[in-house]
Design a protein. Structure first.
Length: 215
């Protein structure tokens, strides 16, 4: 069994711990040692849903040859900063895939991703490092998703879409086929995207439109 620690002890971290528990019920794969978190509200030794807060970032660096890490932070840019830094220091990252999720043939999955329950990834997709796909996301054929992108529940990404790095997509959004989303763009929850989205922009609505005043 792989020893694993979750970087991020908030809501996403607790959810991923539960996913790991369910995976182990089907087939024992992981020994979850606990959480690491740099937040001021967390104290070393605290017990979170049965698992200890082991320490801060330094704990992972001290144990990087012994344990795998999964970053369970929902903010795409914070996640990117943490995982990039730790990757440079040779920390090993593990991808966690819920037992009810499905990945099509010829698809490539990066390191340190998290796929919640009932995620469906079709064929010939390329998913980068540190990507978070929340409950019920549906990813069409030939989709590319860049590193550290976060996609919230029940979102549909149609075939041949290309999504950049550190993109945030809210729940119940939908992208029609072949759209391109620039790096660090934000798509608000419930939006329907009919056009390409510029790098760093925020779009909202049906049809989704750029909201310059909110950027």
């Amino acid at each position: 069994m792989k020893k694993i620690v979750l970087y991020g002890a908030g809501g996403f971290g607790k959810e991923v711990a539960a996913i790991i528990e369910t995976i182990n019920e089907y087939k024992p794969m992981y020994e979850l040692l606990g959480f690491v978190d740099d937040g001021a509200g967390f104290r070393i030794g605290n017990i979170i849903n049965g698992y200890p807060l082991l320490g801060r970032k330094e704990w992972i660096l001290e144990h990087k040859d012994e344990v795998y890490c999964t970053c369970t932070i929902g903010n795409a840019r914070v996640k990117a900063s943490i995982q990039r830094e730790l990757t440079k220091q040779n920390v090993m990252f593990e991808t966690i895939i819920a037992a009810s999720s499905r990945i099509g043939k010829y698809s490539e999955i990066g390191r340190g991703c998290v796929f919640y329950g009932n995620v469906s990834i079709s064929v010939n997709c390329k998913i980068g490092d540190g990507v978070l796909l929340n409950q019920g996301c549906n990813i069409g054929h030939d989709v590319v998703i860049g590193n550290y992108t976060v996609i919230m529940p029940n979102t549909g990404i149609s075939g041949a879409c290309k999504i950049g790095e550190e993109v945030s997509i809210g729940g119940h959004a939908f992208l029609i086929p072949g759209k391109k989303i620039g790096n660090r763009a934000t798509i608000a929850a419930g939006s329907i995207v009919f056009t390409n989205v510029r790098e760093g922009s925020l779009v909202l609505g049906n049809p989704a439109k750029r909201m310059k005043e909110l950027e």
